[in-house]
Ligand binder design. Structure first.
Ligand code: DC
Length: 224
């Protein structure tokens, strides 16, 4: 399986379990998991640190030359460095989710992150998760999956994740912010979050991690 590069694209809305599932599938198949949302979160983090409005296209674009993003894999885990600093969980807050969503609608930001993503996929066998992987980043992926679940179910997962990290959040806020973000991401002009025509639609509402991972691994075995 390692002789030729494998490309698996996982797209879908927030809270569908893309990252948890992709991480587990990568571990089972011995390939690299690439979390592309972390790149948009990192740009969002920088924009926030400069007190810039993340919806102000010109202001955000003017900051891009000051941003150096490096992606490293340390013990199989992806680390994203912003100008040499590993941001860790600082990009995982609800505020950073909204910043990431806002800056991701700006074409200059998408162009800025394009080569980094393509480069990783050219050098490694990957399972890459995001919003435009099957449509823009890896249009020739061996397997494309659009993973989704009901809004309630996705918000519940996101809520549990944040609470487990010790963050104080209300379920109703998580649900509202998630719906707002999905609306932004799927209706923007630049690379909207939609399923590629040749993607397999997979609704995992009510399914556990193990079951979802088993199903995706079986799809990989059948397809590749
Ligand atoms: O997957 P995530 O929640 O970490 O992504 C954060 C935001 O980044 C998401 O709201 C939309 C944007 N994003 C994107 O536009 N394209 C991607 N490939 C990945 C994320």
């Amino acid at each position: 399986m390692q002789d030729r590069k494998i490309q698996i694209a996982i797209d879908g809305p927030g809270g569908a379990g893309k990252s948890t599932v992709s991480k587990a599938v990568a571990a089972r198949l011995g390939i690299v998991y690439v979390d592309t949302g972390a790149l948009y979160r990192t740009v969002g983090y920088y924009v926030r640190s400069q007190n810039t409005d993340p919806k102000d296209r010109e202001a955000v674009a003017s900051l891009l030359p000051n941003i150096n993003i490096e992606v490293k894999y340390i013990d199989g885990a992806q680390k994203v460095f912003l100008n040499g600093e590993d941001l860790g969980d600082k990009i995982r807050t609800p505020e950073m989710s909204m910043y990431a969503s806002a800056v991701s609608a700006i074409p200059a930001v998408r162009a800025f992150l394009l080569d980094t993503q393509k480069d990783i996929a050219n050098k490694n066998s990957v399972i890459m998760d995001g919003r435009d992987i099957g449509t823009v980043i890896l249009p020739n992926a061996d397997l494309k999956i659009y993973l989704t679940a009901s809004a309630e179910c996705r918000a519940r997962r996101r809520y549990d994740e944040l609470v487990a990290k010790g963050q104080k959040v209300e379920f109703s806020d998580v649900l509202r912010e998630m719906n707002e973000r999905d609306e932004n991401d799927s209706t923007r002009e630049a690379a909207p979050a939609v399923a590629a025509k040749d993607a397999i639609l997979f609704d995992n509402t009510g399914m556990g991690l193990e079951e979802t991972v088993d199903y995706i691994v079986s799809l990989v075995e059948r397809t590749i």
